[in-house]
Write a protein of this length. Structure first.
Length: 79
């Protein structure tokens, strides 16, 4: 659920909206901070980095199914 809050944040300002429990979890994790009144929440630098990773995931080369040559998905006649 917290991932949805991170993904839905305002891109320019980093303003987060969610339930009090979701925002408290992000604050406890160090991904957000709460301003003084009116108590709005925004990203910390770590939260902004996490959001970028969630929105634009980079494939992990160690979990690739194509193998080292990148040809594992091709039939022999296609090579």
């Amino acid at each position: 659920m917290q991932q949805q809050v991170l993904k839905a944040a305002e891109p320019q300002t980093g303003l987060l909206t969610g339930t009090p429990a979701q925002l408290a979890g992000l604050i406890a994790g160090g991904w957000a901070f709460r301003h003084p009144p009116p108590h709005r929440c925004n990203f910390t630098p770590a939260g902004r980095h996490l959001r970028e990773r969630l929105l634009d995931p980079v494939p992990d080369p160690s979990s690739s199914t194509t193998g080292p040559s990148g040809l594992a998905g091709l039939r022999r006649s296609d090579r």
